[in-house]
Design a protein around this ligand. Structure first.
Ligand code: RIB
Length: 311
């Protein structure tokens, strides 16, 4: 990463406690299986992305909410320990958000109970408008209410800032949002949901789906492709493909979030978008080598050392 300038990233998003159960197989509906282990990890797409950006050297501000319970206290201290500015995180009277995650064979399924994340409203964006508008990049996801995401995008754009909209979990947002979004970053499932496709199972169908999103107003689209890397599609400049790296996969939870935090930190630090994309793909590959969303997120030094060894 370009270290001459410390980028400032604002994340408006969710904060969860992840309950991760590992088992040899996923249960079918109605079936009970015996698990191997349960672990408790800090998570939430917003918090994960904030931590990923902070580990790579960005100054990060978080806007969101936790409950006034034990999990909320724990999660606040985790964010603080990462050096993240939590002045924008409110303690709500709802319970802290929870994600129930099943991991099997390196894959996962996730059920999220939003709790306090559901109480993050447009008024939080208004109250913390300075924290957000001072950032170089504002990063949002769909684990908080849609009107809050919209308010954050509008504010960031009217303040002349770069914006990244990660439409995760899959959801269909109004096309209007695309005018306030510099990069929209679905994975293949999320892109399929956005364009109303069953699945995007070959490159031609994927390209057509990205084209459809451009026609609806998207300037730049990055589609994350898991182990296969990512593709950037720009209206005027065509496609840039970045291949994934081969790694020993332990847990893919949070890989997308690592990608987003790294992308924001790298782009805001002055890397070109193709360079930032390479950084994001590499950071995300490293993150899946450990269990838990945040555990494997690399620091800038770890990422540099790994890249040198890999090249
Ligand atoms: O993207 C992974 C995250 O999704 C988990 O940490 C979980 O909290 C859910 O929000």
């Amino acid at each position: 990463m370009n270290q001459t300038k410390r980028p400032l990233v604002a994340v408006v998003g969710s904060i969860n406690m992840d309950f991760v159960v590992e088992s040899a197989l996923f249960p079918e509906p109605g079936q009970t299986v015996l698990g191997k282990s349960i672990s408790y990890f800090a998570g939430g797409k917003g918090a994960n992305q904030a931590v990923a950006a902070a580990r790579l050297g960005a100054e990060v501000r978080m806007v969101g909410a936790v409950g006034g319970d034990e999990f909320g206290n724990k999660l606040l201290s985790v964010l603080e320990a990462e050096g993240i500015d939590i002045r924008g995180v409110r303690v709500s009277d709802r319970a802290t958000g929870i994600a129930s995650i099943m991991v099997s064979g390196g894959e996962n399924t996730i059920v999220v109970v939003p709790g306090a994340n559901g109480a993050v409203g447009p008024e939080d964006v208004t109250v913390h408008s300075r924290l957000i508008a001072e950032a170089d990049i504002v990063l949002v996801q769909l684990e908080i209410p849609f009107d809050t995401v919209e308010a954050a995008l509008r504010l960031a754009k009217s303040s002349g800032k770069k914006t990244v909209l990660n439409p995760a979990p899959a959801g269909v947002f109004p096309d209007e949002w695309l005018q306030w979004t510099d990069i929209v970053t679905p994975n293949e499932t999320e892109l399929a949901a956005l364009v109303g496709a069953e699945r995007l199972d070959n490159p031609a169908v994927l390209d057509a789906a990205m084209q459809k999103l451009h026609e609806r107003g998207a300037q730049r689209i990055i589609v994350t492709l898991g182990a296969n890397g990512a593709v950037l599609s720009t209206r005027s400049e065509g496609l840039v493909r970045v291949q994934g790296r081969k790694v020993e996969v332990v847990d893919t939870t949070g890989a997308g979030d690592t990608f987003h935090g790294a992308l924001a930190a790298a782009w805001a630090s002055g890397e070109s978008l193709p360079e930032a994309l390479r950084t994001a793909v590499d950071a995300s590959a490293l993150s899946v080598t450990k269990a838990g969303a945040q555990t494997g997120m690399p620091t800038a030094a770890e990422l540099d050392a790994w890249r040198k060894a890999a090249n």
